[in-house]
Design a binder for this molecule. Structure first.
Ligand SMILES: [Zn+2]
Length: 298
């Protein structure tokens, strides 16, 4: 029975050890909650554990729980202290900085953000590669390629027109894509009729028309006889456009307030596609597209 007694004593000794080590673990755990000494705590618990685990197999399964908690607690304590300056890297609409123009020539790399205006021109032979017919109602005088837009813009105007119709807003396209050659004819006709100085206020010389980008479309309503007139602004349809076009990626490009900056008179009918995110920003910040791009590419 002596041997049996010896065997009985060994487990009891182990239990004492267990009780001691558990007490120690309990102490370190409670100490870790102390915010005054966040740096020392991991070293205290780390040095104790290697001593515990080899001596007692029984207590080993019980340990992972406090072990698992400890890193979580120290992480919480350390993160604000050691990493105080991870800045918010995400910006709403980040674009790689690119030149807006190249010696008076439009930078086609800007894609849907390409800038064309009185100073910046497209090459005379430029025609977008992804022109598709826009499946919307057009006035009868709009034929052939003048019913086409770049694919993304075509899908966007289709969506806009569908929702407009559902809201009881009666709009039709009057002119979308224009070739350089067509703009030559158009501009010359306007100059012959009104003189160049006057024509420059409402029409673009060849190469300087946004319609050649395949990203612009003129729209009008029955209430103004589908004419391109500033009276559109006062109609239900014109107001709906001003309030909703940006949700589909379009901006009313030539605003009354921008006349001095753009050189164009107010055109409530001329929509330019730039993508939803950018259109939302332009609408919100209420700046000419030129200025928006300068800020974006700064
Ligand atoms: Zn236009």
């Amino acid at each position: 029975m002596k041997k049996g007694e010896d065997r009985m004593r060994k487990p009891s000794m182990l239990m004492v050890c267990c009780a001691l080590t558990l007490t120690l673990v309990g102490c370190t755990t409670s100490e870790q909650a102390d915010p005054n000494e966040p740096i020392e705590q991991p070293t205290v618990s780390d040095t104790e554990k290697p001593a515990e685990t080899p001596t007692d197999n029984e207590t080993a399964p019980a340990e992972p729980a406090p072990e698992a908690e400890e890193p979580a607690e120290t992480d919480k304590d350390e993160q604000p202290a050691t990493e105080p300056e991870p800045p918010v890297e995400e910006e709403p609409v980040a674009e790689p900085s690119q030149p807006i123009e190249l010696n008076g020539q439009a930078n086609l790399e800007l894609d849907a953000l390409v800038l064309v205006n009185k100073q910046i021109a497209l090459p005379s032979d430029y025609q977008p590669a992804d022109l598709v017919p826009a499946n919307i109602d057009f006035v009868d005088s709009a034929t052939g390629e003048r019913r086409m837009l770049r694919k993304e813009a075509a899908r966007a105007i289709e969506s806009l027109m569908k929702d407009a119709k559902a809201a009881g807003i009666d709009l039709k396209g009057t002119s979308a894509f224009r070739t350089y050659a067509y703009q030559v004819q158009l501009f010359n006709a306007y100059v012959a009729r009104d003189g160049k100085e006057q024509a420059m206020k409402y029409s673009a010389p060849p190469g300087h028309s946004e319609h050649q980008t395949g990203l612009a479309i003129d729209v009008s309503s029955a209430s103004v006889g589908y004419q391109l007139t500033q009276e559109l602004e006062q109609t239900t349809e014109g107001k709906w456009l001003a309030d909703n076009a940006h949700k589909y990626g379009f901006i009313v490009r030539y605003q009354r307030a921008y006349e001095a900056e753009t050189g164009y008179m107010y055109e409530p009918w001329h929509l330019r596609y730039i993508g939803v995110d950018h259109a939302m920003n332009v609408h919100k910040t209420n700046v000419p597209f030129e200025r928006y791009l300068e800020q974006l590419m700064d």
